[in-house]
Write a new protein. Structure first.
Length: 156
């Protein structure tokens, strides 16, 4: 499974927003400049993220976008679903029956479990975790590995 460019960009934009103080208003222009995501794409994604309830928006002087919830309450799954729609690993797990194997498939009834597992894994990663800078961690007998700063790892 691979995230689309739009979902990837949405994660980049949301992590940049999460690094700002709580309630800070951001413009699409600021986020585009900070992240390198093209301005038209940033505008489109911020609209989608706002429509999904992950960002709030205000017009006029002092307006802009802000996180609608604390970064601890927004998951990677929330961001991906805001852009991609519900997480579904296969066409049949979306309830569609246009697969050539549909009449004979014995795996179809189980694909919901797979989708739930993937969503659960993405749901376990908070925006706060994604927006925390990573630092080097030394594993015994290994070179440096990268771990989130929040993991509290110290070089050995």
């Amino acid at each position: 499974m691979r995230l689309s460019h739009l979902a990837d960009y949405a994660v980049v934009l949301m992590t940049a927003a999460a690094r700002r103080p709580a309630g800070a208003r951001l413009s699409a222009t600021e986020l585009s400049g900070e992240t390198g995501v093209p301005l038209p794409t940033t505008q489109k994604l911020m609209g989608q993220l706002a429509a999904s309830g992950l960002l709030t928006s205000a017009r006029g002087a002092g307006g802009g976008f802000a996180l609608a919830k604390a970064a601890t309450e927004i998951s990677l799954a929330d961001i991906v679903e805001a852009v991609e729609g519900p997480i579904a690993m296969t066409v049949c797990s979306e309830g569609r029956s246009d697969c050539a194997l549909d009449a004979h498939c014995r795996v179809k009834p189980h694909m919901g479990v797979v989708g739930d597992a993937v969503r659960g894994a993405l749901g376990a990663v908070s925006l706060e975790q994604l927006s925390t800078p990573a630092k080097a961690e030394v594993q015994p007998g290994q070179g440096y590995a990268w771990a989130p700063a929040s993991a509290g790892a110290q070089p050995a």
